[in-house]
Unconditional design. Structure first.
Length: 127
């Protein structure tokens, strides 16, 4: 099974009052000496994005963290919204669950529910 993964990002807004300090902070956080302890301090809630962080013995010293390590190093896929923000709109509308509900609870034929969801996806995608 290939697991989905989300990558947390930092942003500096265009109208930020102190972009220089914001960039300094991001550089500080991305320094392995700071990022490693931050990630490990979450006790396995986050997985490191750097090769050095992934090689830390922290990920091998506990069977639960080892399971996380094995999951991530076996390969993951990003969520679709990382490729196109419009997936977020569809996720927020819960379109897939609504289609399933139409089939299961409302006894709508599967092909009709699928056609409905395709119409909505095309509306959001702008096609």
């Amino acid at each position: 099974m290939v697991y989905r993964t989300a990558v947390k990002v930092g942003v500096i807004f265009q109208d930020s009052k102190n972009k220089t300090r914001a960039r300094e902070f991001i550089r500080f956080m991305l320094d392995e000496e700071n990022l490693g302890p931050y990630v490990e301090g979450a006790l396995g809630r986050w997985f490191p994005v750097t090769k050095a962080g992934q090689k830390s013995c922290f990920w091998q010293s506990d069977k639960h963290r080892k399971a996380v390590y094995d999951q991530f190093t076996a390969g993951t896929l990003p969520f679709e919204f990382t490729k196109n923000y419009k997936f977020t709109i569809l996720n927020n509308e819960n379109v897939w669950a609504k289609a399933m509900n139409r089939v299961v609870s409302e006894k709508v034929p599967v092909d009709k529910a699928v056609d409905e969801i395709i119409v909505r996806i095309k509306q959001v995608a702008g096609n």
